[in-house]
Design a protein around this ligand. Structure first.
Ligand SMILES: O=P(O)(O)OC[C@H]1O[C@H](OP(=O)(O)OP(=O)(O)O)[C@H](O)[C@@H]1O
Ligand SMILES: NC(=O)CC[C@H](N)C(=O)O
Ligand SMILES: [Mg+2]
Length: 491
């Protein structure tokens, strides 16, 4: 998952794009980039780092224009260290196209070969998003055949793109002097919505919080497979471009990725997390007698709503036992295991008095590699806890994710090939309680019953695109982001 945003406005948009990227920072901490457009010319600045570090005043001044787009990157393919792979990507033909992508293509290598052989088109990086740009540019050229580009041609190109791409993709592109093209894959795996602001500005973004936090009124999510073409005067054209769209959003967005103040596909992320806490309470009660639990303590940040609701259901005090250093980012989306492990200790401080002599139930939203849980359980014990129970608002993560979350090898997943008891021993807790897969799906779906299917592949091994073989999992693992020994040291 990355965060993407695009705007067509009537006044300069550099600050709006910057503000939107800050609101999406939790979706990607590795690199950030913005392109603006003025008089048919693109102006780009992108680099590795967080939004605040990437854009200095001089960079912002060099981003003029009333339309543009931006991205915060969390690499899922290619090279995590490469400045070149920061987004947006640009190609000069046809017309001049810039693009930002959230998701992961599962047939990027085959498409790369097609582009090199058939078009031929040069791809300068290992990023799947640059391949996506190549395919889009090719299809735009096919749809216009030397003529002008309007909504019809843009939609024809997206329809052709849908026929060629596999995997997940939420995309915002600008076509120089013509307009903004926004589209979502036929399963709607990654989120994407749009809204309007002052003076008829149109913004599309990964999460509703980016729209609302920049003074836009959220209008709606894009349907799976749908495309919008927004002309530079702010007129929005919409079209379903997929043959068999079927909404199956990634359930991990609701568990961990998205901000709780966002609403995605009509589902309040906060309400979904409260519901997960409720259903988890039932599992806890059947595993640990409530009389054995003194307090419920969240593992900040993402587990808070679930922990709060779980405590209410158990009738136990909800207490803060860990304090998050707000200057350390999210650990799960950091590249490399050594840095993730170090960061848990840097990120979370212990309030020892909350643990001394108590039986505590720690709650996390998910346990993936087990890095956080192992450290946290140890910290609770060091602070004097008598018993340390751990509950996870999500079920065991047992399968690789191929749609934009960087956890593709099974070997990395603490729950893969292990029983809950074996995981409990590794983590060192006195009891370990996981959510059940069906209960998780029901808890999230009950917020918006119109969403009946989710991509929950990392929990149940069912890949919604229906085309992922064992061989694909091996190949996709080889394509995952590489982290240099300098920036990590353990992987
Ligand atoms: O089992 P692991 O591999 O450690 O991954 C799971 C942990 O990582 C995430 O926290 P993170 O620090 O990324 O972000 P948060 O502050 O939003 O909870 C998640 O909330 C879990 O705590
Ligand atoms: N997390 C994402 O959406 C990643 C986008 C793209 N696959 C990249 O690696 O840059
Ligand atoms: Mg966490």
């Amino acid at each position: 998952m990355c965060g993407i945003v695009g705007v067509v406005g009537q006044v300069p948009v550099n600050q709006t794009l910057y503000d939107a990227l800050l609101l999406l920072q939790h979706r990607g901490q590795d690199a950030a980039g913005i392109v603006t457009q003025q008089d048919g010319k693109f102006f780009m600045h992108k680099a590795k780092g967080m939004v605040r570090d990437v854009f200095r005043t001089r960079n912002m001044r060099a981003l003029p224009g009333t339309s543009g787009l931006g991205q915060v990157r969390y690499p899922t393919a290619g090279n995590a260290d490469s400045e070149q792979e920061a987004q947006p990507f640009y190609t000069n033909a046809p017309f001049g196209v810039v693009l930002v992508h959230n998701g992961n293509l599962t047939n990027a290598q085959a498409l790369r070969q097609e582009l090199l052989a058939g078009d031929p088109r040069h791809i300068n990086t290992d990023s799947d998003s640059e391949v996506l740009l190549g395919v889009l540019a090719h299809e735009l050229a096919q749809a216009t055949r030397g003529g002008e580009l309007g909504p019809e041609q843009a939609f024809a190109a997206v329809a052709a793109v849908h026929r060629r791409l596999r995997g997940s993709y939420a995309v915002v592109a600008h076509i120089a002097g013509r307009g903004m093209l926004v589209f979502r894959d036929p399963f709607g795996i990654r989120p994407l919505g749009f809204g309007r602001g002052a003076g008829g500005a149109v913004m599309a973004a990964s999460e509703s919080v980016a729209l609302e936090g920049t003074g836009h009124v959220f209008e709606r999510d894009l349907a799976p497979g749908e495309a919008l073409f927004v002309t530079l005067d702010g007129t929005v054209h919409a079209r379903q471009c997929a043959e068999r769209p079927s909404l199956s959003p990634c359930i991990f967005e609701f568990v961990y990725l998205a901000r709780p103040d966002s609403v995605l596909d009509g589902i309040s992320v906060y309400q979904a997390r409260l519901n997960l806490g409720q259903t988890l309470a039932k599992r806890v009660i059947s595993t640990v007698p409530p009389s054995e639990i003194d307090t419920v303590i969240p593992i900040p940040e993402s587990s808070r709503p679930s922990a709060n609701e779980l405590a209410r259901m158990l009738g136990k005090p909800y207490r803060e036992g860990f304090v998050k250093n707000r200057y350390v980012g999210r650990t799960f989306i950091m590249p490399g295991q050594a840095v993730r492990k170090r960061s848990v200790r840097q990120k979370l401080g212990v309030i020892a008095s909350e643990f001394a002599g108590r039986n505590v139930l720690l709650v996390d939203d998910s346990i993936v590699r087990g890095t956080t849980s192992q450290e946290i359980v140890q910290m609770a014990r060091e602070a004097g806890a008598r018993k340390v129970y751990l509950a996870s608002a999500a079920p065991p993560v047992r399968h690789p994710n191929v749609y934009g979350i960087d956890m593709p090898t099974r070997e990395e997943l603490v729950a893969h090939g292990r029983s809950v008891e074996e995981v409990r021993q590794i983590i060192g807790a006195d009891a370990l309680i996981y959510q059940d897969v069906q209960a998780m799906k029901q808890a999230v779906a009950s917020v918006n019953p119109r969403v009946t299917r989710f991509d929950a592949s990392c929990f149940d091994g069912v890949y919604v695109t229906g085309d992922i073989s064992e061989g694909d999992l091996v190949r996709l693992n080889a394509e995952r982001p590489r982290v240099s020994a300098v920036s990590d040291g353990a992987d």
